[in-house]
Write a new protein. Structure first.
Length: 229
């Protein structure tokens, strides 16, 4: 329902009456001002789309990668709704990742999801005590571009309120061993996500099992092929 209504939303009114940011001034604005690019890394918890829309009245535009839907016509419709207020949207894939890297290198803000393996680099990582295939692309992009990663969790509250928690920048491991650094840094994000999910398990909306018992495999970072230096 929120997505269908998005083109008709008064974002200024939404920001004043329904959205509360925690950490925007303290964490997001300094990261944007640094000019090295910002990755707002979230999960399918609460309503991250509304959390992102609230940044527009504050002068922050976001480029977001989304899951391609079938049929493609539906995917284009959904992304047009998401982009209706001014953000830029592209489906996950080679072209989308390339645009994300370009956005970060211009000092822009990119929104990514870190709790479901859709397409691209991934690894089997412990999540709630069990191995799960998790995306490693967001951290790989951050390490290769120097972007700051801001973990973000948008929780639904009473009477339609959205509480958006923008946490302090994620500490990225930088030992020079890229594979190990990606794994360690991704695990740090997953630990934060686990904490939020324990607090609000009813708001997690990943609709496919991530513990499906599939053979474990690790793929090389998708960003390596599309990176522009």
């Amino acid at each position: 329902v929120d997505l269908v209504r998005m083109p008709f939303m008064d974002l200024d009114d939404f920001y004043r009456r329904r959205l509360r940011y925690y950490g925007f001034d303290e964490h997001v604005l300094p990261a944007v001002a640094a000019g090295k690019g910002v990755i707002v890394l979230s999960g399918h918890l609460g309503n991250p789309e509304l959390g992102a829309q609230g940044m527009l009245p504050l002068g922050v535009k976001v480029f977001a990668l989304t899951e391609p839907l079938q049929p493609p016509r539906l995917s284009r419709l959904v992304d047009s709704l998401r982009a209706s207020k001014g953000h830029s949207i592209a489906p996950v894939g080679f072209a989308g990742v390339k645009r994300a890297i370009q956005t970060l290198r211009r000092g822009g803000v990119v929104a990514l999801m870190g709790d479901r393996d859709i397409e691209g680099p991934k690894a089997s990582l412990p999540f709630f005590g069990e191995e799960a295939m998790m995306p490693t692309g967001p951290i790989a992009v951050a390490l290769r571009t120097g972007a700051t990663v801001i973990p973000s969790f948008c929780i639904r509250g009473e009477q339609g309120r959205i509480d958006a928690y923008l946490e302090q920048p994620l500490e990225l491991e930088r030992t020079g061993d890229m594979e190990s650094d990606i794994r360690t840094s991704t695990l740090r994000f997953l630990a934060l996500l686990e904490r939020r999910l324990r607090e609000h398990p009813d708001q997690w909306v990943v609709l496919e099992s991530i513990w499906d018992g599939a053979p474990v495999r690790t793929e090389p970072p998708l960003v390596a092929a599309g990176e522009e230096r």
